[in-house]
Design a protein around this ligand. Structure first.
Ligand SMILES: Nc1ncnc2c1ncn2[C@@H]1O[C@H](COP(=O)(O)OP(=O)(O)OP(=O)(O)O)[C@@H](O)[C@H]1O
Ligand SMILES: [Mg+2]
Length: 317
């Protein structure tokens, strides 16, 4: 399980790692499915990545997984869906199943047991299960788990039901690690170095005509960017992206604190994120407005490059 705050790069990091694993696995097996059934031509998918639907229930979660495989789900009840998930994972040679935004699964008292049993059912399939979500410890998903201080792992005891969603319940407990992906911190020298290294990496990717080396890493810039973003990578990306657009629009072609002061961070309506599941982090207040009332701040304007301003006026033509 991978937990952390919203916008902290959980999805990006997990997908990078999964993609590397898939490349290695395919190379290792010469791009063939080592468990292929003779005479069949199932698509080989070593990694399956699925986003949990907003306000998900066990059934819709299974349907989301099956739609990754393009498998049918018509008129199936929950046990049927779970069996079909197990069959699809097996048929497609899937080794890692990533379920992102798992904390969208609502844990209401009535369906708690259903959700936990669904996770048990996934854990019993022959696949490495990776669950990613915002604040997993606070979500109820660990409610029946207990922490083993000896190994640092969590232990999920077997279900008390004889059958779990159509699969035979196993009597084995399931062990898993809980990894926290934290935001950057800015208190100790190693933490500050890590932040500066991240900024150096970002800086190398920027293509502004007037960018000077150390534009993001020199002087008070690292501290300034930290205050603007609280060390959240997703917020940093937004500040930099909006700042670059401003730098291009105004012809400045470089990022400075004065220019970034004009960039107002807002995540309202960020696509593909569920605010109710905590996926939108608090945005730190922007820079203090200069004395005198008018803040001079403006929200990023619309890009006007392709606007049709109408035919040039006839006079003098
Ligand atoms: N290491 C990184 N370097 C640069 N940008 C990054 C990095 N990791 C993530 N980002 C960017 O930050 C933004 C947020 O990342 P991501 O969507 O992975 O966060 P998340 O933790 O999954 O958020 P949510 O909780 O909303 O699902 C994305 O636009 C992503 O491209
Ligand atoms: Mg995500």
């Amino acid at each position: 399980m991978i937990t952390g705050g919203g916008y902290q790069g959980k999805t990006e990091t997990a997908c990078e790692i999964a993609a590397d694993f898939e490349d290695d696995w395919l190379d290792l097996h010469h791009h063939l499915n080592p468990a292929a059934v003779a005479g069949t031509r199932d698509l080989h998918a070593p990694v399956a990545y699925v986003q949990t639907p907003v306000t998900a229930k066990p059934k819709s979660t299974c349907k989301a997984i099956l739609s990754f495989y393009g498998a049918g789900t018509k008129n199936m009840d929950l046990p049927g869906l779970v069996r079909q998930v197990a069959a699809s994972i097996n048929d497609h040679g899937t080794k890692a199943l990533l379920l992102d935004d798992i904390t969208r699964l609502r844990m209401h008292r009535a369906d708690d047991q259903d959700v936990l049993d669904l996770i048990r059912a996934f854990m019993s399939m022959h696949v490495t299960l990776v669950l990613i979500g915002v604040d997993i410890p606070g979500s109820g998903l660990l409610r029946e788990g207990r922490h083993d201080p000896r190994t640092g792992q969590w232990i999920l005891p077997p279900s008390r039901h004889a059958r779990v969603h159509g699969l035979e319940a196993t009597q084995t407990e399931r062990r898993f690690g809980l990894i926290e992906l934290d935001r950057f911190r800015y208190d100790t020298p190693p933490q500050i170095t890590a932040w500066a290294q991240h900024l150096a990496g970002v800086e190398q990717q920027l293509r502004l005509m007037d960018a000077a080396p150390g534009m993001l890493t020199g002087g008070t810039m690292p501290g300034y960017l930290y205050r603007r973003t609280d060390g959240v990578v997703g917020l940093l990306e937004r500040v930099i992206e909006d700042g670059c657009r401003e730098a291009i629009d105004t012809g400045t072609e470089r990022l400075t604190q004065a220019l970034l002061d004009n960039v107002v961070l807002s995540l309202a309506g960020a696509p593909g994120r569920d605010a109710e599941a905590g996926e939108i982090p608090a945005v730190p207040p922007g820079p203090a407005p200069p004395a005198g009332g008018d803040t001079g701040k403006r929200k990023r304007g619309r890009n006007t490059v392709f606007d049709d301003r109408g035919p040039a006026s006839g006079t003098g033509a």
